[in-house]
Write a protein that binds this ligand. Structure first.
Ligand SMILES: [Zn+2]
Length: 294
C-alpha cells in the first residue's frame, strides 16, 4: 500500500481523510477516501501499489470484461449494453460524423465494433489480455496494451473516449498529457465518470458502488473535474447524463447493503436520483465532452 501526503492531482499539501469505504465487490478490504481542500478531488488513500492493482480486477463477475452471461439477467444486460452503445455513438457522431477513434479501456470491443460498422477507423487500448484477445478474434478490431499510448503518432485521432476509465488510471495528469498529444487540434475527448456528489452517492455513501475502491483511485465531482480540465488547457464543451447508471449503481449498492428488496429499492432510488439531478445536474454518472483550448 502507498499513502499520498500530497494531492495526486494538484500536489497541494492540504489533504484530509474524508471517510472509510470498502471493496464490497471483491476483496472486502477497507480503503479510506481522502480529499484535497484545494482542488476538491476525492481519491483513494492509501491505495495498493500500481503493480498490485491487477489482482483487484481478477473476478469472473467483472461484467465489462465478460460477454458470456446467459439467462434473463445476461439477456437484459446485453440489451441495455446495445442501447448504451447506440447512445454513445449518437453523442460522438454529433461532434465528428466519422473519422478515427481511440477507445481507451475498450474491454471486449463492443463499442468499437459498432463504430467500425459505421465506417470509423478504430483502435482500442485495453490492459486486460483476455479482453484484448476477445476483441481481436471476435470483432477483428486492433487493440493494443496501455504502453502503446506513448508510441501513437501526435495529433492523429478525431475522438478519444474513456468511458468509466479515467478513475482507474494511476497517474491521471500523465494520462491527460498523453491523450492531449495524440488528439487532433480540432478533435474531441469524451470522458465518462461516476459523480460522487450525485443523489445516489450521498444516499448510499460508503456502500455506493460508484466508489468501487480500490479499482477507482479517483472520484471527481464536476467541479474538481472542471479544475483538472482547465489545468490541462482543455475546455468542457458539454456535460451529459448517463441516466441508466443511477439504476445500475443503485442495484449494486443495494446488493452491497444486503438489502431484502434490491431490485425494487434500486428502481425507486434510480428514479429519485435522476429526478433530483434534473435540477442540480448531478446525475449518477456524467459524460464530459472536451476540446483543446484554441
Ligand atoms: Zn488537489
Amino acid at each position: 500500500m502507498k499513502k499520498a501526503t500530497i494531492c495526486p492531482i494538484c500536489q497541494s499539501k492540504n489533504i484530509h481523510k474524508s471517510f472509510d469505504a470498502k471493496d464490497h465487490f471483491l476483496s472486502q478490504e477497507e480503503f479510506a477516501i481522502g480529499q484535497c481542500e484545494d482542488c476538491g478531488t476525492l481519491f483513494t488513500n492509501p491505495r495498493p501499489e500500481d503493480k498490485n492493482l491487477g489482482k483487484y480486477y481478477d473476478s469472473p463477475d467483472y461484467l465489462s470484461h465478460d460477454t458470456s452471461h446467459s439467462g434473463a439477467i445476461g439477456k437484459l444486460y446485453q440489451t441495455l449494453r446495445q442501447i448504451n452503445i447506440k447512445r454513445k455513438y449518437k453523442i460522438v457522431s454529433q461532434y465528428v460524423p466519422a473519422g478515427k477513434i481511440l477507445d481507451i479501456g475498450c474491454g471486449t470491443g463492443e463499442l468499437l465494433h459498432f463504430f467500425y460498422k459505421k465506417h470509423w477507423d478504430c483502435l482500442g487500448i485495453e490492459p486486460n489480455a483476455s479482453a484484448r484477445k476477445f476483441a481481436k478474434s471476435h470483432y477483428k478490431i486492433e487493440v493494443e496494451e496501455e504502453k502503446s499510448l506513448k508510441t501513437l503518432p501526435a495529433t492523429s485521432f478525431d475522438i478519444i473516449s474513456m468511458w468509466h476509465v479515467l478513475e482507474h488510471v494511476p497517474d491521471v495528469n500523465q494520462r491527460i498529457v498523453e491523450i492531449k498529444r495524440i488528439l487532433k487540434e480540432e478533435g474531441y475527448l469524451i470522458i465518462a465518470l461516476p459523480n460522487p456528489i450525485s443523489w445516489d452517492a450521498n444516499y448510499y455513501h460508503a456502500y455506493w458502488a460508484g466508489f468501487d475502491v480500490p479499482r477507482h483511485l479517483y472520484h471527481f465531482s464536476p467541479e474538481a473535474f472542471a479544475k483538472l480540465a482547465k489545468a490541462h488547457g482543455l475546455q468542457i464543451v458539454k456535460t451529459l447524463p448517463l441516466k441508466f447508471d443511477a439504476f445500475y449503481v443503485s442495484l449494486l449498492s443495494e446488493r452491497y447493503k444486503r438489502s431484502s428488496f434490491p431490485l425494487l429499492n434500486a428502481s425507486y432510488n434510480g428514479l429519485r436520483s435522476n429526478w433530483k439531478a434534473k435540477k442540480t445536474g448531478n446525475y449518477s454518472s456524467l459524460i464530459y465532452v472536451l476540446h483543446k483550448n484554441q
